[in-house]
Design a protein around this ligand. Structure first.
Ligand code: FAD
Length: 483
């Protein structure tokens, strides 16, 4: 006998677990299925984000930043620390404990919201008329292959199966020497020489962690431009800081053969000038993008449409080609970000409940949690130029901000772009301390379609880093007060 649900969510990453909770809050009888296993074979809810993405990377970035401060920056505060040492295995164990707190937290939230959780792989079996107890429309039979096999029936299905790391052709991940994000976050010793392919968000964050802990890090990037999606002025500032920290970044390269030996990895590559090069390293992290997880869904059984990348095709409301089947997060188009997945999950749950959930894709913030942090919302200067939009720009350096000087962290700036005629804020770009937190004000401003004048006239506490945002807004009108 199958179990009947109003909504079945496949995947308990940020897209899926948030959709499940919101649908349950709105009175739906909800099941959520996830296959991720912890080291004991039990469930580990939270998907990539919690297990091998956002949370563990931030835990290691924090630990490695503490180490960097103790090793290099305490002395300037008059604090003498003798013999700073570091235990990478302990750092990783702390990271694992942080991950587990988050896994357990989601299970607790499911219980609190009466979401039924099933541990195992979910796949479509068939479409069935009037499948769920409360529904009369089409529904879907879903098989769960776990410790025991279960059959579930759902009137509505939300697919939130996420994504996995893309491997380099000819160099499959062994998570020992050729590492995806999983292996990169689990190293218990610091590699002397570390190579990375890909200088995107994940590559820069992972490279920063292991560089701070003492690895010699070389990043090989195929694109000719460093962080091409970032505002060019901000990317240039960040590049300077990363090079100063000792990250070697090679742009415009072509990666050739990867040879994995007993003791290390050797990568043949060609530099931007076309010269053949070779790089030997202890470990190689490959971060060249991610592939949507649709292989295990048996999408063909119900005719669920996928694109050429294997992503589920959805419209702007996250509706698939099948009635009652929705998809959110990394498994569909758009930026692969946890908060984008969450917003889509909430919007879909609300639409299922007859409400009008909506995601504003123009105000999704991006953050890179390096040091300096990089964060932005809206369009870059190069995008505005390409779109032919007349704009005004204002920048304010952290060097001129009192709080940044007190923190001893004055790298970077806030840059605000506003429409030349209406003064509406079109983009804000930050490189510097706590950019990840500062960007929230700018997202709110853009969501409310604020002008730069609005931010310039709002009282910001002194001394705070956020005064730099106000000053950048003042700079749009060429009336900065502190620079
Ligand atoms: C190293 C790294 C750092 C990152 N840092 C950040 C960050 O700081 N901020 C940010 O916003 N984003 C970050 N991301 C991206 C973020 O992790 C993803 O965008 C986010 O996890 C996507 O959420 P999701 O719910 O779509 O999928 P996922 O989190 O991937 O979850 C999908 C879940 O579905 C399960 N699943 C898949 N197929 C099936 C099936 N057939 N049956 C049952 N279960 C299934 C998977 O096991 C998984 O648990 C990072 C990613 C990486 C790799």
């Amino acid at each position: 006998m199958s179990k009947q649900f109003d909504v079945i969510v496949i995947g308990a990453g940020p897209g899926g677990y948030i959709a499940a909770i919101r649908a349950a809050q709105l009175g739906k009888n909800v099941a959520c299925v996830d296959e991720w296993k912890n080291s004991q074979g039990g469930p580990a809810l939270g998907g990539t984000c919690t297990n091998t993405g956002c949370i563990p990377s931030k835990a290691l970035l924090q630990s490695s930043e503490h180490f960097d401060h103790a090793s290099h920056h305490f002395a300037e505060h008059g604090i003498e620390v003798k013999g700073v040492s570091m235990d990478a295995a302990k750092m990783v164990a702390r990271k694992d404990a942080v991950v587990k707190q988050n896994n357990d937290g989601i299970l607790y939230l499911f219980k609190k919201n009466k979401v039924s959780f099933f541990h195992g792989r979910a796949s479509f079996v068939k479409a069935v008329e009037g499948a769920a107890s409360t529904g009369s429309g089409p529904g879907y039979e879903i098989k769960v292959a776990g410790a025991a096999e279960e059959t579930l029936m759902g009137q509505q299905v939300i697919v939130a199966t996420g994504s996995s790391a893309r491997a380099l052709p000819g160099a499959p991940f062994d998570e020992s020497q050729v590492l995806s994000n999983e292996g990169a976050l689990a190293m218990t010793a610091v590699p002397k020489k570390l190579g990375l392919i890909g200088s995107g968000v994940i590559g820069l964050e992972m490279g920063s962690v292991w560089r701070r802990l003492g690895s010699e890090v070389t990043i090989l990037e195929g694109l000719p431009t460093f962080l091409g999606v970032v505002d060019a002025q901000i990317a240039k500032e960040a590049h300077k800081a990363f090079v100063k920290q000792g990250l070697k970044i090679e742009l415009g390269v072509t990666v050739g053969d990867v040879k994995v030996g007993k003791k290390g990895v050797s990568v043949a590559w060609t530099n931007a000038k076309g010269e053949a090069q070779k790089l030997d390293m202890d470990k190689l992290i490959v971060s060249i993008g991610r592939v949507p997880n649709t292989a295990g869904l048996n999408a063909e059984a119900v005719g669920l449409q996928l694109d050429e990348r294997g992503a589920i095709v959805v419209d702007s409301d996250c509706k698939t080609n099948l009635p009652g089947v929705w998809a959110v997060g990394d498994v569909v188009r758009g930026p692969m970000l946890a908060h984008k997945a969450e917003e889509e999950g909430v919007a879909v749950a609300e639409r299922i409940a007859g409400q009008h959930g909506h995601v504003n894709f123009n105000t999704i913030p991006w953050v890179i949690y390096t040091n300096p942090e990089i964060a932005w919302v809206g369009r870059t200067e190069q995008q505005l130029k390409a779109d032919g939009v007349a704009y005004k720009a204002g920048t304010f350096p952290f060097l001129a901000n009192g709080r940044a000087r007190a923190l001893g962290d004055t790298t970077g700036m806030v840059k605000m772009l506003a429409d030349a005629t209406t003064d509406e804020i079109l983009g804000v770009h930050i490189v510097g301390p706590m950019a990840s937190e500062l960007i929230a004000e700018c997202v709110v401003a853009m969501e409310f379609r604020a002008s730069s004048e609005d931010i310039a006239r709002i009282c910001h506490a002194h001394p705070t880093l956020s005064e730099s945002t106000k000053e950048a807004a003042l700079a749009v009108d060429k009336r900065t007060l502190n620079f």
